[in-house]
Design a protein around this ligand. Structure first.
Ligand SMILES: Cc1cc2nc3c(=O)[nH]c(=O)nc-3n(C[C@H](O)[C@H](O)[C@H](O)COP(=O)(O)O)c2cc1C
Length: 124
């Protein structure tokens, strides 16, 4: 889906993205940096996976993710501070174009976490 311009603006300011998967014992949370996220032409998010072992295991059983990102430096709905709640699915890629794009920028990545966004809601 088309990524809102405000999300792109947030990603251009450094900050932390939180990405949750569902594990057998409950939710599992990981992070990446805004500056690590690459957007594809189709509106997917590409993230370098150095670790993400438990995330990978979880995604094989249930590929749904939720994620949040935000920046105090971007104007939101109530003044300084904008943020979004993202709903989607994800998988780890170990070959192909999307993998190469990430590997070029982050040679340490063992895989690319590709997020396909289903919905984006501005929460602040
Ligand atoms: C601010 C921040 C940024 C992070 N960025 C990454 C990242 O880009 N890629 C990555 O694999 N792990 C990153 N991590 C570590 C992950 O959150 C996670 O703990 C690690 O990959 C292990 O994942 P797992 O629990 O799914 O095995 C980051 C952690 C923090 C706190």
């Amino acid at each position: 889906m088309e990524i809102p311009e405000k999300v792109k603006e947030i990603l251009n300011h450094e900050g932390v993205v939180a990405i949750a998967t569902q594990g057998k014992d409950g939710p599992h949370l990981i992070n990446t940096w805004h500056s690590y996220v690459q957007l594809t032409a189709t509106g997917n998010l590409l993230i370098p996976a150095g670790g993400m072992k438990r995330t990978e295991e979880n995604l094989l059983k249930d590929n749904r993710i939720v994620a949040t990102l935000g920046s105090r430096e971007v104007t939101g709905m109530r003044g300084p501070g904008a943020g979004f709640f993202i709903n989607g699915t994800a998988k780890l890629l170990i070959s192909g174009n999307q993998y190469d794009l990430v590997k070029e920028k982050f040679p340490w990545a063992r895989a690319t976490l590709e997020i396909t966004i289903n919905s984006v809601e501005q929460t602040i």
